[in-house]
Write a protein of this length. Structure first.
Length: 114
């Protein structure tokens, strides 16, 4: 299984960005998926999950600002990030939320700065 995140970049505080994660090698419909992030010098943290039935859950730090979604036909996971803050600066990754994890991809860097 390969996880390929993309769409990161530099954005100003208060701005928006959408990152994507293409999942190769499995039928995405069979899996709950999640977005994680790792800020500079900190541990990786789980921030959003989406089940096969599209039920979602969010960490308190991103709730009401970020939206996770999935397109199973395109085997792609999305994270829409709005009202971005400097503290959202991190490398963003996708993977399973629990159980046997897929091999981690390279992630995509999101930098929030003025």
């Amino acid at each position: 299984v390969q996880l390929q995140a993309s769409g990161g970049g530099l954005v100003q505080p208060g701005g928006s960005l959408r990152v994507s994660c293409a999942v190769f090698g499995v039928d995405l419909r069979d899996y709950a998926m999640a977005w994680y992030r790792q800020p500079p010098g900190k541990e990786r943290e789980l921030i959003a999950t989406i089940m096969s039935d599209h039920t979602t859950n969010y960490a308190a730090s991103v709730k009401d600002r970020f939206t996770i979604s999935r397109d199973d036909a395109r085997r792609t996971l999305f994270l829409q990030m709005d009202s971005l803050k400097v503290e959202d600066t991190a490398v963003y990754y996708c993977n399973r939320p629990a159980g046997e994890m897929f091999q981690w991809g390279q992630g995509t860097l999101v930098t929030v700065s003025s």
